[in-house]
Design a protein around this ligand. Structure first.
Ligand SMILES: Nc1ncnc2c1ncn2[C@@H]1O[C@H](COP(=O)(O)OP(=O)(O)OP(=O)(O)O)[C@@H](O)[C@H]1O
Ligand SMILES: [Mg+2]
Length: 406
């Protein structure tokens, strides 16, 4: 081989090695690179197919301007969420997990790997994670319109949600839930379906966020100061609130409450509306019995399809039946929404009692595990009075007393 050919070969192989390194660091995809801890964890993990799973802390610090307050999108039960911009122009949302989890690196990594496989157009895409020192973070696609609650419950923004968009959100969320319950590589019970966990893309298409999050905190029993009672409790199925019994029908119940919120443009519990209307479920049931369901429709809607609206209300009530056996599964819900000829069964009284909890300051009890494939966490609840109810929310809790009020 001539000198020239040898030199050409050497250049070629060093180029190839360089390309391989770039690929391993995920640069083409993420321009982030993996940190040392990430690499160690990845080496430890069971298979190698997840190259590019890890973001290094430094790249996320740069992307979020060192997690500046200006970049903070919100703060939920698991910690704050920040908007970030990667060098390739990709916008991301970084959820800093502020809870301490007993879960080891391997378990955490394996759970994240599983969640990376859960992909659907109606689910927010998880892109990877960052594990360095005590820091654990999840990196998601960024959705420019943020969450449904920002539109639905804000006077100035709710008119942007016309009926077509609302109905598309109702069907999109049903589709995403059906995937989680029946089609995903592993069945996922969301446990925290609510308006703030429905994110909207630039065309206002819905994507469910935070699915499978509780998998990252198994066996925890000290989740203090992490619950927003309004929201979570109003969405909670009675058997889950009272006995911790968890099944796919728990999500169906929360979905039913969400549907009624989308149609009515109001929160499931609003004391400012007067006794008769305070509880959305009770009020919807009352109107339904009187044959006046459409009175529930958001008055900010200039026009809407009355058949779809009446059907959505009936469907919402069906999903909120007191006994979980009387609720449809997401497959039937999806069928009801997509077929013109489907006659919905008449709902009975929804599960009004027991789905909300009144907090006390001391005693508590942990929820029990009921479904092996579900995401489980016990929890301890300490209330600091009514202001506490407005603070945060999370999807794994325990309750100290059950009551009809809030
Ligand atoms: N991927 C994302 N893109 C854009 N905004 C997001 C994204 N993820 C979260 N957000 C915004 O950040 C806020 C806080 O989210 P977070 O999930 O932490 O809290 P939450 O949904 O209110 O409560 P929970 O912890 O029970 O889910 C959301 O309400 C949403 O507006
Ligand atoms: Mg959330």
């Amino acid at each position: 081989m001539s000198c020239l050919a040898r030199a050409a070969m050497a250049i070629f192989s060093s180029l190839l090695a360089c390309l391989k390194r770039l690929k391993a660091a995920g640069c083409g995809l993420r321009c982030g690179g993996r940190g040392a801890a990430g690499r160690a964890a990845e080496d430890e993990a069971e298979d190698d197919s997840s190259s590019g799973l890890f973001y290094d802390l430094r790249s996320l610090q740069v992307a979020t301007n060192f997690f500046s307050e200006l970049n903070q999108l919100g703060h939920g039960g698991f910690g704050p969420v920040f908007k970030g911009l990667m060098p390739d122009g990709q916008e991301i949302a970084v959820k800093k997990l502020s809870q301490t989890s007993r879960q080891g690196m391997r378990e955490f990594t394996n759970e994240v790997k599983l969640l990376l496989k859960i992909q659907h157009r109606n689910l927010v895409m998880l892109m990877g994670c960052c594990v360095e020192g005590q820091e654990k973070m999840l990196v998601y696609e960024y959705l420019s319109n943020r969450s449904l609650d920002c539109f639905l419950f804000a006077k100035e923004k709710s008119p942007l949600l016309d009926w077509m968009t609302r109905f598309r959100i109702i069907t999109g969320v049903a589709r995403g839930l059906l995937y989680l319950h029946e089609e995903a590589p592993e069945r996922i019970i969301h446990r925290d379906i609510k308006a703030s966990n429905i994110l909207l893309d630039d065309q206002l298409n819905p994507k469910i966020s935070d699915f499978g999050l509780a998998r990252l905190f198994p066996g925890e029993d000290t989740h203090l100061n992490t619950m927003k009672v309004s929201g979570t409790y109003g969405y909670m199925a009675p058997e889950y609130a009272m006995r911790g019994y968890l099944s796919v029908k728990t999500d169906v119940f929360s979905y039913g409450v969400l549907v009624l919120e989308i149609v009515s443009g109001r929160k499931n519990h609003d004391g400012r509306l007067g006794a008769e209307k305070t509880d959305l479920l009770s009020y919807a049931w009352k109107l339904f019995q009187e044959g006046k369901s459409l009175d529930l429709v958001d008055s900010s809607l200039v026009k809407y399809n009355p058949d779809e609206a009446a059907m959505s209300i009936q469907l919402g009530l069906l999903c909120c039946q007191a006994s979980y056996g009387d609720r449809p599964d997401m497959n039937s819900v999806h069928l009801m929404l997509s077929s013109d000829s489907f006659t919905l069964p008449r709902p009975g009284k929804p599960g009004i009692q027991g789905r909300t909890a009144r907090w006390t300051t001391t005693s508590s009890s942990a929820f029990t595990k009921t479904n092996p494939s579900s995401t489980q966490t016990g929890g301890t609840k300490v209330s600091t009075g009514s202001s506490f109810a407005e603070e945060y929310s999370r999807n794994s809790i325990s309750i100290s007393s059950i009551d009809e009020g809030r």
